[in-house]
Ligand binder design. Structure first.
Ligand code: HEM
Length: 249
């Protein structure tokens, strides 16, 4: 029903000069009109599943990541000040109060903190795969059709891979400190052919939201809130994460 109405209704706003409506292809349009090599489209259930995947994968994950990263930043005033100085400097140089997309690559300290936040708190703590054939890993034979849980959280806290793995140390991601690191040591977005399709979007989204918050406020952990991890499909906090926000002058 919704899909039918959507198909009938979806049209762009009239162009202000010509009055003509331009139809833009958004993500849902692409799904609705997609055809395979036999000319078959997706069923309504398949479309719904795809939309559901994007809503979940693209929403709860970034929310979790941003909340935990901001929590860590609030616990580390030196990094918080560094990020704020970086933002102030950037905006002063371009005489603007708006952080725009071309500014994102210049927010180096914030990027280091986001990466370290994703390592330490791991918004997606585990993923799973089903083996399609028998395989041997480290001398252990795993039969076909076995569900394997891959513990990203454990990898990100493995002390043979990471020094002081439970500490928030964004400097680990400086180029000089990460050049020799195995490319599979840090995989918040998974790795391989089914890794996260939205990872660049997710990094940019986090930078924009956190930069705008830190431009306006200084955060401090609420001493009355005991923050405790609750591992689920995404990393949550048992009692939520409460921070005190002090407006910056
Ligand atoms: C910090 C934010 C994010 C994290 C930590 C994250 C993490 C992940 C991980 C670990 C996977 C692999 C799942 C698996 O292998 O079973 C994945 C897949 C996926 N992600 Fe993300 N994600 C994030 C943001 C996003 C965003 C913003 C979008 C969309 C706009 C998105 C869309 C997807 C989709 C569609 C898949 C499935 C890809 C496939 O199966 O081929 N994700 N994500």
């Amino acid at each position: 029903m919704f899909l039918t109405v959507y198909l009938q209704e979806v049209e762009g706003l009239p162009n202000k000069d010509t009055g003509k409506r331009t139809r833009y292809l958004d993500f849902l349009d692409i799904l609705i009109t997609a055809k395979d090599e036999n000319g078959e489209g997706l069923t309504p259930l398949e479309i719904r599943n795809e939309v559901d995947t994007f809503l979940f994968e693209g929403h709860d994950t970034t929310t979790s990541s941003m909340c935990w990263t901001l929590y860590s930043i609030s616990q580390h005033p030196k990094w918080q000040t560094k990020i704020q100085e970086e933002i102030d400097h950037l905006l002063k140089a371009k005489k603007s109060s708006e952080i725009e997309s071309e500014d994102l690559s210049k927010l180096e300290s914030l990027t280091l903190c986001i990466k370290e936040g994703m390592r330490l708190h791991c918004p997606v703590g585990f993923i799973s795969r089903v083996t399609t054939k028998e395989m041997v890993i480290d001398g252990v034979t795993i039969p076909a059709n076995t569900t394997l849980a891959l513990q990203i959280y454990n990898l990100h806290h493995n002390d043979t891979v990471w020094e002081n793995p439970h500490e928030f140390m964004p400097e680990r991601f400086l180029p000089e400190n990460s050049a020799d690191r195995d490319s599979y040591a840090f995989i918040p977005f998974s790795a391989g052919p089914r890794n996260c399709i939205g990872q660049h979007f997710a990094m940019n989204e986090q930078k924009v939201v956190l930069a705008r918050l830190l431009q306006k406020f200084t955060f401090q952990p609420d001493p009355d809130c005991l923050v405790k991890k609750k591992i689920g499909v995404v990393m949550r906090a048992e009692n939520g994460i409460k921070l005190l926000a002090h407006p910056r002058s």
